[in-house]
Design a protein around this ligand. Structure first.
Ligand SMILES: C[S@@+](CC[C@H](N)C(=O)[O-])C[C@H]1O[C@@H](n2cnc3c(N)ncnc32)[C@H](O)[C@@H]1O
Length: 334
């Protein structure tokens, strides 16, 4: 089967989309494609686009994958992931020619409005990834959200409307989505925003995060791993760019190994992973990343390993770091 479904965890930062599709073509993205009706229609009607459907729902991704495969549409791909990290990590500046957001979750309650996708920050982010003239189409049936989207778009220097008004209330040219049909059947008006990236440059406040070599620290200590395990208590630390929690500790019953369950949050991603401490025959320890999963060797990961190494050193005056691949995360460009 054609690999329609891409795992964002395994994609490089940023993705060379032309190489991924096997051809250079304008890149169009639909965020939150739901049952895929709109995405499938676009893939059928506009085969000259490289088309990406983005979703967080795995059942929706699986269903759309089956439909794309059935219809043989190799110029479409599906990516599981959130919109913000998709643009921030996977899209190079000025690469997205068309963006469609159909009926984004409205988050009705006032206390949940901060979860809405479309806000000033998100418009700034996508503006850094869209060249002048790129299309931005948004649709919603939620009056309050429509007003908020209008306000954000009108205040943004990076977009202007392709119509004489911020939105139109009818768009017969488009294939209806499931939520659109439901709104129309229930008698709710739909608001269609047809905007375009302006020529105003957008400062790149969302640089693609850097990846570093896998962190690896060799240490020497008179302590045993049991000594270490006895002294461990969950702890938390914050650096200027990351929040790090050492949540728990597990002892292997088969190997001379400890596994530190670790959570790292740094913009634009969160990772939950295992750091392992192996005691080698020669008497030294190796601290590094456990092989399970696909952790990203970010600055935050290096900071977590550095923090853990510092804690291990603090346990005994004769514990020392022999060598390491840790980067100077305060000055990561060097
Ligand atoms: C209200 S539904 C609309 C579905 C479809 N566009 C339609 O009009 O029928 C919103 C969809 O967006 C997806 N979604 C929500 N937040 C998302 C995000 N941050 N990134 C990508 N998709 C998201 C949800 O899983 C859901 O399928």
């Amino acid at each position: 089967m054609h690999p329609y479904l891409l795992s964002s965890a395994r994609l490089p930062w940023p993705v060379d989309w032309a190489a991924q599709f096997g051809r250079a073509a304008p890149l169009a993205v639909e965020i939150g494609f739901g049952n895929g009706q709109f995405l499938l229609a676009m893939a059928r009607e506009r085969p000259y686009l490289n088309l990406i459907g983005l979703e967080i729902s795995l059942p929706s991704l699986r269903k759309a994958e089956r439909k794309l495969s059935r219809d043989g549409l190799p110029h479409a791909r599906l990516v599981q992931g959130g919109a913000e990290s998709f643009f921030w990590t996977l899209c190079a500046p000025q690469t997205v020619s068309e963006l469609y957001i159909n009926f984004p979750d409205p988050w009705h309650k006032a206390g949940h409005h901060h979860r809405r996708l479309i806000n000033e920050r998100f418009l700034h982010l996508i503006a850094t990834r869209m060249p002048p003239g790129a299309l931005l189409d948004i649709a919603t049936d939620h009056i309050d959200y429509a007003q908020a989207i209008t306000d954000c778009l009108q205040q943004s220097p990076y977009f202007h409307s392709r119509r004489s008004a911020p939105f139109v209330l009818e768009d017969t040219a488009r294939v209806r989505t499931k939520y659109e049909q439901k709104a129309l059947d229930d008698g709710r008006a739909c608001h269609y925003f047809k905007w375009q990236r302006s020529a105003t440059p957008a400062a790149n406040a969302f640089p693609i995060p850097q990846e570093f070599p896998m962190p690896h620290v060799v240490m020497r200590s008179p302590l045993t791993l049991d000594d270490v395990a006895r002294q461990f208590q969950p702890f938390y630390t914050a650096t200027p760019t990351a929040e790090i929690k050492f949540i728990d500790l597990f002892r292997s019953t088969r190997h001379n190994n400890l596994l530190f369950e670790t959570y790292i949050h740094e913009e634009p991603l969160s990772q939950r992973l295992g750091l392992s401490l192996n005691a080698r025959r020669a008497g030294d320890w190796v601290l590094g990343l456990h092989e399970v999963g696909f952790p990203r060797p970010t600055a935050g990961l290096h900071q977590a390993v550095q923090t853990l190494a510092d804690w291990l050193v603090s346990l005994h005056p004769d514990t020392e770091i022999v060598n390491s691949t840790l980067v100077d995360w305060l000055n990561p460009q060097e």
